[in-house]
Design a protein around this ligand. Structure first.
Ligand code: IPM
Ligand code: MG
Length: 366
């Protein structure tokens, strides 16, 4: 297989971890006989510095022409002013929208060594294996916004949240298909007791599931209760589907189940198929740009490497290759070759590049 991948290292530790992701990709290519043609482009703060915009035309063109995108992270104190006209986050939101990536998959699993790093008691974490499917191109993130002054000079602001039936249907279908391949349970999260878009969400979800996925068990829960259940009974969840902002908030909460954000990958998928027959997707670690440790070769590259595994699986249909990467990651962690965020007190932490190399070597020889 020959595929074209755009890499968007971005800011902070983005370049550190993307370098390790591509190292592992090359190892997969060698072992399984694939060619991964990589092209790097600018996004976020570094793009603002170089071009004045967080998502340059050239980056978007490169992404459109490729089979998948691997992203590091965007943002940092240098561009932190929320009042600024151009902000790094616009790059991320812009590329998700432009590529039509409406389904954001955020799996949360727990490696046994991380149980101690989670703020939750170990018995609560037993059996945690959930997948949040977050709607990514609609809702309040992309609705009309305004900021004005009223007649007596007081400032007021407005954000609007809209969802169409079609936007709900497609993400629910994507989530239900995932549930079918897992434990057959889908939890739809909304605020249907208050919000109109949530009422539409609930009725569309009920219909789609009834008509197309009668074999998948469906439950509806309110977002506030979901926040509580994620802590009180996290192992009861299989697949969660929810709208954009609820998904943003709940996935940060869910990441704490895994002990470290440094281990969690994500995939954003759309309906578009590239020229090569790949399902276009954007893959990124869920952690941010961690500017305080950027460029020091100490960031944990495993979330990015696990995102590469998701790319192999979802965009290219390379299940065996995806598993090879995941197994190499777990073996590397088991061997104690880990960065300081997950090293135990008696372990000598390894560098970012040493961890990446250890995974790549395991992939190459396995
Ligand atoms: C995420 C992030 C982004 C979001 C920010 C950086 C715009 O929090 O991917 O979860 O809110 O979607
Ligand atoms: Mg977030």
């Amino acid at each position: 297989m020959h595929v074209v991948i755009t890499t968007l290292p971005g800011d902070g530790i983005g370049p550190d971890v993307v370098a390790e992701g591509t190292k592992v990709l090359q190892a997969v290519g060698q072992r399984f006989g694939h060619t991964f043609e990589l092209h790097s482009a600018l996004i976020g703060g570094c793009a603002i510095d170089a071009t004045g915009t967080a998502l340059p035309e050239e980056t978007l063109r490169a992404a459109h022409k490729s089979d998948a995108v691997l992203l590091g992270a965007v943002g940092g104190p240098k561009w932190d002013n929320p009042e600024a006209k151009v902000r790094p986050e616009q790059g991320l939101l812009g590329i998700r929208k432009a590529l039509g990536l409406f389904a954001n998959l955020r799996p949360v699993t727990l490696h046994p060594r991380l149980v101690a790093s989670s703020p939750l008691r170990p018995e609560r974490l037993q059996g945690v294996d959930l997948l949040v499917v977050r709607e990514l191109t609609g809702g309040i993130y992309f609705g009309d916004k305004r900021r004005e002054k009223n007649d007596n000079g007081e400032e007021w602001a407005l954000d609007t949240c809209t969802y169409t039936t079609g936007e709900i249907e497609r993400v629910v279908r994507a989530a239900a298909a995932m549930a079918r391949g897992r434990r057959g349970k889908l939890t739809s999260v909304d605020k249907a007791n208050v919000i109109e878009t949530s009422r539409l969400w609930r009725s569309v979800t009920t219909r789609v599931m009834h008509e197309e996925f009668p074999d998948v068990a469906l439950e509806h829960i309110l977002v506030d209760a979901c926040a509580m259940y994620l802590i009180s009974r996290p192992a009861a969840f299989d697949v969660i589907v929810t709208e954009n902002m609820f998904g943003d908030i709940l996935t940060d909460e869910a990441s704490m189940l895994a002990g470290s954000m440094g281990m969690l990958p994500s995939a954003s998928l759309g309906a578009v198929t590239s020229k090569n027959g790949a399902r276009m997707g954007l893959y990124e670690p869920i952690h941010g740009s961690a500017p305080d440790i950027a460029g020091q070769d100490i960031a944990n590259p495993l979330a990015t490497i696990l995102s590469v595994a998701l790319m192999l699986r979802y965009s290219f249909g390379l299940e065996e290759e995806a598993r090879a990467v995941e197994e190499a990651v777990y073996a590397t962690v088991d061997a104690g070759t880990v960065t300081r965020d997950i090293a135990t007190p008696d372990e000598q932490p390894s560098s970012t590049s040493a961890v990446g190399t250890a995974v790549a070597e395991r992939v190459a020889v396995a």
